[in-house]
Design a protein around this ligand. Structure first.
Ligand SMILES: NC(=O)c1ccc[n+]([C@@H]2O[C@H](COP(=O)([O-])OP(=O)(O)OC[C@H]3O[C@@H](n4cnc5c(N)ncnc54)[C@H](OP(=O)(O)O)[C@@H]3O)[C@@H](O)[C@H]2O)c1
Length: 276
């Protein structure tokens, strides 16, 4: 049985759909990963073969003012999951982020490139990666710019704003790969089925800026919204973000035979699906 922790989240929902075989999902309040007692109780009772952790404190700006909670959920919580999964002989799959990098490399990041988080969120997720290693049978999957039908995300924000305004300013100087949670869940399934361990990068292929992504959302939705450029500096968010943090996913292709589709194809499918 595969235990999905954080099953009510955006990725968690799609993991529940995509993972083959017996899958069980848990989330708050039935498990609190900041409590070792809670984690151990659930893991010992359910005796999974694999634990997939999709639970996290994902409010990147919120983490800046709640660093203790960020570290508890994204760092310490993963240590508890690693220890508990190890106790029952289960593999731990930990989902991580491009925000462990500083974005200064200038080309797609490889799995063994040196991390350098710029934010509390990035630091806490890096602590989670390190703590996942308390279970020698671990798989760490870094991803980025997620959207899916079961969570708040950039696509939904843009579509909502398009209903309120006919002109928007969106960031031009952050580059990444928008990634559909369904494609990420498929990548995780393939990695698990191929019994991969260690660190892997998984994101839809190709890359763009947030401004390009917004343009594609409007174009594919038949909306004509005037898009203006905005810089990261002008936006002035509490958490610093990497400017260029695309992930090289060739290890995923080589070891699990999975190449995520281009981001724009994924976006088209998502938009079709959300319309119902
Ligand atoms: N979203 C992105 O763009 C992005 C990018 C890169 C990587 N990631 C990573 O991908 C993973 C999934 O992200 P997501 O966007 O799907 O997250 P999400 O929608 O925010 O879901 C996270 C889930 O974890 C639960 N949770 C929070 N604290 C918990 C705790 N102490 N114990 C148990 N469950 C807890 C949340 O419950 P509540 O809602 O009740 O708090 C929620 O159901 C995370 O590891 C995230 O860091 C996300």
């Amino acid at each position: 049985m595969i235990l999905v922790v954080g099953a009510n989240g955006m990725l968690g929902h799609d993991l529940m759909q995509e993972l083959n075989g017996a899958v069980q999902g848990v989330d708050l309040p039935d498990i609190d990963i900041t409590s070792f007692e809670s984690v151990l109780e659930v893991v010992e009772r359910t005796k999974p073969r694999i634990v997939v952790n999709a639970a996290a404190y994902t409010d990147v700006d919120g983490c800046e003012s709640n660093s203790e909670l960020a570290m508890q959920v994204n760092g310490e919580g993963v240590a508890f999951l690693a220890m508990a999964s190890r106790t029952v002989g289960a593999k731990l799959v930990q989902v991580s982020t491009d925000y462990v990098f500083d974005g200064g490399k200038g080309s797609p990041y490889l799995e063994d490139d040196a991390p350098g988080p710029l934010s509390v969120y990035g630091e806490s997720k890096l602590a989670g990666e390190m703590n996942a290693k308390f279970n020698p049978d671990h798989l760490i999957v870094r991803t980025q710019w997620l959207y899916g039908v079961h969570g708040k995300n950039f696509v939904e924000t843009m579509l909502r704003l398009a209903g309120e305004k006919n002109e928007l300013a969106v960031v031009v100087d952050q580059i990444g790969s928008p990634t559909w949670t369904v494609d990420l869940a498929r990548a995780i399934r393939e990695l698990v089925e191929h019994d991969c361990t260690g660190i892997y990068h998984a994101a839809n292929s190709g890359f763009c800026s947030w401004n390009d992504f917004a343009g594609a959302i409007f174009e594919e939705s038949g909306l004509s919204i005037r898009l203006n450029p905005l810089t990261t500096e002008q936006l002035n968010r509490p958490a610093r973000r990497p400017l260029y943090s695309t992930l090289d996913c060739s290890k995923l292709a080589a070891d699990a035979g999975f190449v995520p589709q281009p981001w724009r194809e994924a976006l088209k499918q998502y938009l079709k699906l959300r319309k119902g």
